[in-house]
Design a protein around this ligand. Sequence first.
Ligand SMILES: [Zn+2]
Length: 180
Amino acid sequence: MSLLKSKIVVVPMGDVDFMMVNKLASNLGPVFSRSVDILKGMKMPAEAYNVVRNQYYAQVILAKLERTKANSREKVLAVCEEDLYLPDESFVMGFVDKLSGTAVVSLYRIRQEFYGLPEDESKVYPRLFKEAVHRLAHLFDLTECRNPKCVNYYSQIMLDIDNKSDKFCDICKRSLTSVV
Ligand SMILES: [Zn+2]
C-alpha cells in the first residue's frame, strides 16, 4: 500500500545545517505515513536572489525545486538558512505551491540569533519541524486550521509557532488519512 503513496523529498538548500535537516527528514515520515528521501543538497538559486532586498524570492525557489521532481506526485520540501520574500510581503518564513507540489521553509527567522538571543537548538528544531509539517500539510490538500494548538494552525508570529503543538488536531488528522 505504501508504494502507492506519494513520497516526500527533503532538499537541504544552500549552506544549511545538514544534521538538523536530516533529523527533520527522518521525523516527517511517521507524521505523514510515507517514505521520505533526502537529497544531497542544492545551491541557493542565484536567479532568486534580490540584491536590493538581500533576500531570496520564494516563488523562484519553488520553480527551481519543481525541476528536481522525479515524478509529478512527489512532494518536495526545501530547507534553507536565507531570508525569503514575496513581492507583496516584506518576508515569508516559508512558501508553498500546491500545483507544483513544492514548498520551502527558511530557518532565518526561526533561529534565536535573529532575535538577538543565544542560539538554542531545543527551540529552533521544534519550530522548524512545525513549520515543515504545516507547509507539507498544504501539499497534502489540508487548508489552514483554526485550532491554535494544531500544528496546521496559521501561525504568523513566532509566539504562535511556539504555542502550538507539533501534532495535528483530530479534524486535520482525519483529512490527512484520506489523502494518498
Ligand atoms: Zn487542525
